[in-house]
Design a protein around this ligand. Structure first.
Ligand code: ADP
Ligand code: MG
Length: 626
């Protein structure tokens, strides 16, 4: 369960107000979507408004195309390459944000571009040409495009933003979104849940005295989610979420295409070979779907193929998908211990809720009219803009709660800061994360606690350091070390470290704000904005290096232990690749390091399988003798 508190950054906004550079800057609200993204702001009349960069439209398709010469385009222009150059056209990157390959493995066929599967547990990377990109970098490209459009349209620099995320996003996905913002040159003041933003856009939750339970039904291009929120004293709490990350308007388009193929007895095989026709059909289907919102018949043709469909037929085709979304609503209500009649307001979000049959089905399910007065594909961005207005202190009617002014975290490999409690979290709060060791037989673990916004701990403020001693000797990666941060109402931070397999435990207490003046907090924030881009680049380099070092360590150990299963030339070749990997460690070139990791991994993967097979065979033999 996630809570999203509708609270301004009390202390910080006052501090920042004295910084002249900050005050003039406007804060935008950004909906970073799977299919489409957009940016909104509060206009001089105090109203939320979507930003339309002349000639480019409002919605920016979340698609990036990389050309051979290294140049790239984002948005509508990139979308055209989806069929003509699929390997170099990235879509749906939001599905990969903060995920490991293990998380997405079963959907790998969905992606037409190359998702690297070297490591099941670390965050995924994408390969385009011979460059490696993280989903964070790719999302940053989309955010940068939005930032530039906003700057162009509003003729003012944009450096601060509120970005929305799905209510079901976990900590790692939220952190990845925040990093993407940073990389795009944006100071992300707050991450807001998409349903919370939609609610704000409708003005629900702005009055501190109102108490309401609402349902937000969000049907986008390829994803569906429903959230049940409770609003009390201007605080939004997510009671339940449900959904299907592979269900959306694209399914409606596919249903129409399938219908046309069936009606015209089109040959599937020749269709799969004719990408242009397949894409043409898809586009016509989307056109038909939109047209059938206001007319009863769509009747056109493509290359002599008649393409007709009635509204009634369309509604019949999408019935199973609609039923599926309603089942999700049912589950969400059950998890929240509520019945449809307990829901005070129902809000429609996502382009696909423009289809009248969708609205009707949802209204019938909840037994009340739904909110559809605003454009459903704009509400999230509009709400994010309203949240930014609250943060800017322009809405004095909103309750102020105490928040932590700087992020708190610990040092991880390579001297990186791993944030556990992000700045602006409402106090009291607690958060935790699990870690492991990187070296075999490690029995002590130094835990260093830091405060600040920079990616490298050396730039942040050290609060405490202690040793977790007496971890039983285990191979690297096996110990499970839980680190919990507890920040109480008085601002005292308790850090607890526990090795779960042995129960070894240690804790310290510190007061993070002790000896810290408002000016220092402000300076730390300003520094983090000034260095944001370099910081993220450095973090990525360190992460790649850490991964390369780990790979070298593991491969070395593997070759030493399993030499008897390998041919001499295999050992030789592996050793050579290992040396190349080691040589790349000091190159400062992250793509080179990752390329060497991939090469060594690809080459040695069959050996690992061979050793595994032998181990299994031996174990089986052991059984037979028993
Ligand atoms: P996401 O939140 O996934 O980024 P959106 O909310 O922008 O996506 O929704 C995109 C989907 O909305 C697409 O499948 C698109 O075809 C659909 N859509 C847009 N306009 C209409 C319309 N008028 N009628 C039906 N579906 C629509
Ligand atoms: Mg959306």
């Amino acid at each position: 369960m996630y809570s999203n508190y509708l609270t301004p950054m009390a202390k910080v906004s006052i501090n920042l107000a004295t910084g002249s550079l900050q005050k003039e800057d406007l804060i935008v609200g950004i909906d970073l979507g799977t299919t489409n993204s957009l940016v909104a702001f509060i206009n001089p009349d105090g109203k939320a408004q979507v930003i339309n960069d002349t000639g480019k439209g409002e919605l920016v398709p979340s698609v990036i195309h990389f050309a051979k010469d290294g140049s790239l385009v984002v948005g509508n222009q990139a979308k055209e390459f989806l069929t003509t150059d699929p390997q170099n056209t990235i879509f749906s990157v939001k599905r990969l944000l903060g995920r490991s390959y293990g998380d997405i493995a079963k959907h790998r066929d969905f992606f037409s571009y190359k998702v690297i599967d070297d490591n099941q547990e670390s965050l995924v990377k994408i390969k385009v040409g011979d460059k490696f990109y993280t989903p964070i970098e790719l999302s940053a490209l989309i955010l940068k495009e939005l930032k530039e459009r906003a700057e162009h349209a509003l003729k003012t620099p944009v450096t601060r933003a509120v970005i929305t995320v799905p209510a079901y996003f976990n900590d790692s996905q939220r952190q990845a979104t925040r990093d993407a913002g940073k990389l795009a040159g944006l100071d992300v003041l707050r991450m807001v849940n998409e349903p919370t933003a939609a609610s704000l856009a409708y003005g629900i939750g702005l009055n501190p005295n109102e108490e309401k339970t609402i349902a937000v039904y969000d049907l986008g291009g390829g994803t569906f989610d429903v959230s049940i929120l409770q609003i009390q004293n201007g605080i939004f709490e997510v009671l339940a979420t449900n959904g299907n990350t592979f269900l959306g308007g694209d399914d409606f388009d596919r249903a129409i295409v399938d219908y046309w193929i069936h009606e015209n007895k089109l040959d599937l095989k020749s269709l799969s070979e004719n990408q242009e026709l397949a894409q043409g059909l898809r586009l016509k289907a989307e056109e038909a779907k939109k047209a059938l919102g206001s007319q009863n018949l769509f009747n056109e043709s493509l290359k002599g193929i008649p393409l007709a469909i009635s509204k009634q037929k369309f509604e019949e085709l999408i019935q199973p998908k609609l039923a599926e979304t309603l089942a999700c609503c049912q589950y969400a209500l059950r998890d929240a211990n509520l019945k449809p009649e307990n829901i005070d307001e129902v809000i429609m979000v996502g382009g696909s809720t423009r289809t009248p049959a969708v609205k009707q089905a949802v209204a019938a399910f909840f037994g009340k009219p739904v909110h559809d007065e605003l454009n459903p594909d704009e509400v999230v961005a509009l709400g994010a803009a309203i949240q930014s207005d609250i943060l800017a202190g322009n809405r004095s009617d909103i309750l102020l709660l105490d928040v932590t002014p700087l992020s708190l975290g610990i040092e991880t490999m390579g001297g990186l800061m791993d944030v556990i409690i992000a700045r602006n979290a409402k106090i009291p709060t607690k958060a935790g994360r699990q870690y492991t060791t990187s070296v075999d037989g490690q029995v002590n673990l130094k835990i260093s606690v830091y405060q600040g916004e920079r990616d490298l701990v050396q730039e942040n403020r050290k609060l405490a350091e202690f040793d977790l001693k007496g971890i039983p000797a285990m191979p690297a990666g096996l110990p499970k070390i839980d680190i919990n941060f507890l920040l109480n109402a008085d601002g005292i931070l308790t850090v607890q470290a526990t090795e779960l397999r042995s129960g070894v435990k240690q804790e310290v207490e510190v007061k993070p704000t002790y000896g810290l003046s408002d000016e220092e907090v402000e300076q730390m924030l300003l520094d983090s904005i000034a260095h944001a881009k370099d910081d993220v680049a450095q973090r990525m380099l360190i992460e790649a290096r850490t991964e390369a070092e780990q790979m070298a360590y593991t491969a070395d150990r593997f070759l030493a232990k399993n030499a008897q299963f390998l041919q001499e030339f295999e050992i030789l070749q592996s050793r050579q690749l290992l040396e190349q990997l080691r040589a790349s460690l000091n190159s400062g070139d992250k793509d080179l390091m990752l390329k060497q990791v991939e090469a060594l991994n690809e080459y040695t993967r069959p050996f690992a399988e061979r050793v595994m097979d032998v181990a299994i065979a031996t174990a089986m033999k052991g059984k037979q003798i028993d």
